[in-house]
Write a protein that binds this ligand. Sequence first.
Ligand code: AFP
Length: 338
Amino acid sequence: MKTQPYKQDSGKLTYKVGVTLDRFIKSKQQDFPYATGELSQILRDIALASKIVSREISRAGLSDVTGAFGQTNVQGEEQQKLDVVANVRFTRALTKGGEVCAVVSEEEDLVIDLENSKGKYVVAIDPLDGSSNIDVNVSIGTIFSIYRRKTPTGSPIQEQDVLQKGSDQVAAGYVLYGSSTMLVYSTGNGANGFTYERSLGEFFLSHPQMQMPVDGVIYTINEGLTPHINPNILSYLEGCKRKGATARYIGSLVADFHRNLLKGGIYLYPPTSQAPNGKIRLMYEANALAFIAEQVGGAATNGTERILDIVPQSLHQRTPIYIGSKNMVAGLEKALLG
Ligand code: AFP
């Protein structure tokens, strides 16, 4: 039989669609120290849940998913309907695969024991970050951290499996539901971003080997906090302004972080007189973003300690955070010394 070699068609009519998330995860599996495919499956489960959540978000206003759910979470914050929907979607997706034994969620008081003691992984997640932006059509996100349990599989889940420091994360990432839906993740070998192609139902690699500029001109802080914060931070911000910096604040941590990653900048959520530990949650907000920040050449600190070195004492612990371009974070640390 006569055959002919396969020729890649570079014609304009058949442009390449690119590398799917699934294919990318598979191609990178061998780089990971525990290359059994379980971590890859967790990432795929998270991606699937994020597609469902993205669909729900895009219908907000048409379907009955906007507004308050009528309950408060453990933080005393009013849960939005989409907080609840996202929490169910992600937890359910993580339950199905059998790789995860426990989930820590912003929306749940206690650790969710998936009663799957064979699962090697623990996931900490903020299913829907920036809930106050849901009803006003502003970008929101999902943040996740993945840890390997410390105790042997087959035994009941212990506190040491859950309260791990950020540097123990084996993977972390976020989904940004913005002008497009994007998933960014890292397994500790740099970070890559994928954009969701809704008509094909797939994430495609759009931002390979992301890098954060070492310097930037954006500072991101809730300006309403400034009467209640350390004056050294105010001096730092004044210095930024004198150098021509510009303010940008969305109020969704994922969106604020992502913009600063791409453009260069610093995000600050400092302690205030009313909230001495700040607002951002260590286990399912700060750690994942600090992990990504370091992977793309940025930095993250609580002012005195690298975020990834903080040993959590409780599930819903808060931490001050200064995260972003390396030189800006270093400048802030210097300013804090007075
Ligand atoms: P949730 O929506 O998950 O509760 O978190 C929102 C958030 O922690 C973070 O996304 C924002 O950057 C921050 O709160 C905004 O807070 P302020 O309204 O205090 O600026």
